[in-house]
Ligand binder design. Sequence first.
Ligand SMILES: Nc1nc2c(c(=O)[nH]1)N[C@H]1C(S)=C(S)[C@@H](COP(=O)(O)OP(=O)(O)OC[C@H]3O[C@@H](n4cnc5c(N)ncnc54)[C@H](O)[C@@H]3O)O[C@H]1N2
Ligand code: MOO
Length: 399
Amino acid sequence: MPTFARRSVEEHADHIAGLLARALETETETIPVDDAAGRVTASPVGSPVDLPLFRNSQMDGFAVRAAEVADAPVILPIAGEIAARALDPGALRPGTVVRIMTGGVVPEGADAVVPVEDTSPGGEPDTVLIGRSRGVGEYVRDRGSDIRTGDVLIPAGVLLASRHLAALAAAGITTVSVRRRVRVAVVTTGAELVAPGTDPVRGQVFDSNGTALAAAVSAAGADVVVRERVADDHEAFRRALATATAAADLVLTSGGISMGDYEVVRETLEPLGGEVGSVAMQPGGPQATAAVDGVPVVCFPGNPVSTQLSFEVFVAPLLRRAAGLPARRVSARALEGDLRSVPGKRQFLRAHDDGAVVRPVSGPGSHLVAGLAAADSLLIVPEDAVELHAGDVVEVWAL
Ligand SMILES: Nc1nc2c(c(=O)[nH]1)N[C@H]1C(S)=C(S)[C@@H](COP(=O)(O)OP(=O)(O)OC[C@H]3O[C@@H](n4cnc5c(N)ncnc54)[C@H](O)[C@@H]3O)O[C@H]1N2
Ligand code: MOO
């Protein structure tokens, strides 16, 4: 007998959200900035320095006293040259200019840079004709004008991308405190399963759910720490569960939860207090959950499309939020043709969304793994719909 008769999609989603809540609150870890792309900051990172680190030139040209070039054109002697390198240029002598390169230290006394384009040779050796005036501060990048020491460079909860790592590196920071990724175990079950790459005999199928779930977990910002494939053997499944719960924050399984005779997942988890039943959706009708040794176990039906959609509907949003990733893109689209649906179940049809209209690209069968691969979207048909017509507006999830 099922533990729950018929849950709505929302009821089962809420149940899983509650089951996973503690597991998704991971602790923090400190990692090299170079490895931190895609991770989420655990606390605000203050800048240990002013940026820019020192006052420097924005242009190749001449560092000047603005007041001395106010009446340009004016010819002034060139007192030296400052390139972008470690250098203390000393002070700019009154009545002189220095040649300066972009990023070079602007010397004390200079308060503007005249770009080289606004100058020409002064006639005498080591002189320059400054062709136009520049105001105080022009083309000078002041120390601390980007960020000041102690100010927040990156707040907590930020999904680190290359621009954030650049800011950390620019401030000389080498490590950053981030949330640990959620660790997930993937256990596929079925006596018929063989690894892709082997030679199946009649009755055997390639284990595509292991591949799909592992990739989907990574895409949702979590780490796959265990991958097991077990036959319909209770002892082997118990061993795989023990390995999984020892290493992971969350265990995902596929197969073995419906009404047949060899339902190893259902038969193992029900006596442990697992909940097995049916959710008003298609694919993905049979669903189950359990907590084993305090670790949540979420069990998906074995049909490949059912497994993948169940993950997308129930687990991906939670993992994505925990990983700081944006929620999936949901749009409203007009339906291209007519379609019929099974009343009482929310249908997740495999579809193509061209940005204006959406149309199914394969049948509704939950074994149509190639049909799912051909889709770029899921077209959601509400529970109460019996038939929909061309032009009706439907919800579409980008895959
Ligand atoms: N009498 C009933 N039979 C079934 C019901 C039902 O309500 N009453 N529900 C059907 C639905 S809907 C689904 S979905 C499946 C779910 O069954 P299980 O979770 O027990 O899955 P299995 O029987 O183990 O496998 C189903 C199907 O999927 C293939 N499979 C399984 N694992 C993998 C994998 N890792 N990679 C690729 N393919 C896999 C398996 O070979 C089967 O063809 O139950 C229906 N039956
Ligand atoms: O609900 Mo099952 O998941 O359709 O094939």
